[in-house]
Design a protein around this ligand. Sequence first.
Ligand code: PEP
Length: 245
Amino acid sequence: SNSRRQLVAGNWKMNGDKALVDKVQKQFAAATLNNMDVVICPPFPYLGLFDGKVKLGSQNISQFESGAHTGEVSVAMLKEFNCQYVIVGHSERRADNNESSSLVALKVEQVLNAYLTPILCVGEPEDVRDDGTLFDYIAAQLDTVLLKVGISQFADIVLAYEPIWAIGTGKTASPAQAQEVHAFIRGHLAKQDNNIAANIVILYGGSVKGNNAQELFSQADVDGGLIGGASLNPEDFLSICQAAN
Ligand code: PEP
């Protein structure tokens, strides 16, 4: 919370159906959420069903532009469906699909080249937090992308801090824990560019619900959230958005 424009993104993961698309659209048709961005990231087949009341993001992207890459989806295709954001480097993709930070960096580059906005996810597993190497771990995840695209491109990136131990577990990071890492991330970028660090939007993700969103979003360096489970309930998701508004 601060002068930065707040953003709340819902990541449906491999959940939802056409009926949920309708419910979300009805829920948000009447809502007035000014001065903030609401983004829904449904599975690919549903992107074309949305009518423009919320912004759209995808959950993944190919690092290639087009061609012989069976099963992949390109940035150009997303643009045809008015998709403006792309989640890159979600921990589930890093785990399920062995996405390395260098592959994540290629995907970020691909998204930036298409003038879409990457939502770049970083975050530590529980053992890393326990052994005290949290900041080194997050810095390394950021540095791989920084080396590839350069600090100036971070003007067009949204970051999401998602501690893996808090994703889908109901174990939310405390507001102080989130703030500590968000401030670290901003400070890390500030070593290269103060202005970009001050303006970049950093979302928190990990078991954000209607009843804890307000306190998390009120932290100085938390600029909204990336919401998994609670984004599948349109009422809960709307109340989370209102907490950022
Ligand atoms: C996520 O998958 O990005 C996420 C934050 O999930 P959840 O809100 O369910 O913890």
